[in-house]
Design a protein around this ligand. Structure first.
Ligand SMILES: [Zn+2]
Ligand SMILES: [Zn+2]
Length: 108
């Protein structure tokens, strides 16, 4: 998987115990951190996004998002919205949904 080699090491940049750029990248790569790797790395690039929404229902009906389909990036905001709904629509049940979307991109 690793295709960077020791040969790109720049010894004079190893100062105060800090590795040079290529060595630091190689070290990060070995530890599974590929943010600084180029296409040659081959490790899948993983991106994760999390959103929250409030769903409501009456009795045993299906859960649904009321009104505009709001998605919140922050859990605190969604929780405030949930509290609001519980106060304004006490005859309904409300719940908080967290949606985690993972995008994996890899060189084939
Ligand atoms: Zn080095
Ligand atoms: Zn890598």
């Amino acid at each position: 998987m690793a295709s960077t080699t020791d040969s790109d090491c720049i010894p004079r940049e190893h100062t105060d115990g800090e590795p040079c750029g290529p060595c630091e990248r190689r070290q990060a790569h070995a530890e599974g951190e590929h943010a600084f790797c180029g296409d040659e790395c081959g490790a899948p690039q993983v991106e994760q996004s999390i959103t929250y929404r409030v769903e409501s229902r009456i009795g045993g009906d299906e859960w649904q998002t009321l009104g505009v389909r709001f998605h919140y990036a922050e859990q605190a905001k969604a929780e405030r919205r949930l509290a609001e709904k519980r106060e304004r629509l006490p005859h309904m049940q409300h719940r908080l949904i967290r949606r985690i979307t993972t995008t994996i991109e890899e060189v084939l």
